[in-house]
Design a protein around this ligand. Sequence first.
Ligand SMILES: [Fe+2]
Length: 404
Amino acid sequence: MEEFRGREVSMSVEIRIPSLLKIGGGAFNEAGALLAQLGCRRPLIVTDPFLRGQGLADRLQTQIADAGIHAEIFHETVADPTSLVVDAGVRVFGQSKHDSLVSLGGGSPIDTAKAVGMLVANGGRVRDYKVPHTIPLAGPTHVAIPTTAGTGSEVTRFAVVTDSESGEKMLIAGGGLVPTAALVDYELTLSMPARLTTDTGTDSLTHAIESYVSRKANPFSDGLALTAMRTIWKMLPLSVHEPHNRGAREAMMLAATQAGMAFSNASVALVHGMSRPLGAHFHVPHGLSNAMLLPAVTEYSVSAAMERYADCARSMGVATAEDATEKAVERLVQALYRRNAELNVPTPKQYGIAEAEYFAKIPLMAEQALASGSPQNNPRVPTAEEIEALYRACWGTRGAANRR
Ligand SMILES: [Fe+2]
């Protein structure tokens, strides 16, 4: 097979990132001042019931009030944002004459706010804008405050919303979805439980690797991706096993945002393409479904981009500069399987998915994966049959035992 080597000639790429990022401990406390600076008068805080219950959303509302701005809270977002919840958010936004959005939470509240803003500006339903449809107008000012490290949604041009009627996890994409500003404060992640830390961190690692090997990779995204994967590979186990290790949490938070900027400007690939249907049909959290697929999909893909995957291995420190390309790639695949075992990532079977239902859904999941467009960015572009074979391969074999 001919190796995909990236761009032969230099072409211009359009880079989109928020126009303002505040990164570091205590950034959360600057939301009120930032909204004032941006000229927002009636922000709607979009969050989830958990963060409302924890008091974090109310803390944010009070802090914004201290800046002389009245914010209201919409806390009905759900773990996988649905079009129904987005529609409810649009109604609240309009009824109370809000002029801006502040999202607080993991990827779900941030994605919900993006979709609300999109419909406020353009009307219609979320499904009208699902990829490959475009989004004509950008939404109102949106300040994103992530509480996980993370989906990177605070800096990306993507959102994933489940169609409440069909159950499909729809990808929506456009420069207008990039939040205006993001407050990236690792202190908000100190209380994340181990499973959430693992899953969201693995999502970030997948973003970094996929953006580096993507057919849309570019020099801007490459640097961010390599830096992010180096940090995440080292710091993720530390932040899982030592949840109050501030250095690890701070490094993970920055790396998740860097990985977000990388994939927003280079796209994700086959892992994400296959992960969305798996998550949608069987209610597997996004980061976890990525983790279930990452080793096998990487093993399938490496032959088409050996040098790029070898760079990943060296950057992550699982291979040395002296290792030949083939050796480095082999070490990468082994390391990904081994890491899943160490972090107790279950297979779909171990997760409790019914076997008959899983196998019956494979053709549909493959079709939906291809329709999302992400597999076409993969260095090795799969057929529907190859995607089906990968779903079958991931079912019950984590592969760790025979790869140590
Ligand atoms: Fe992701």
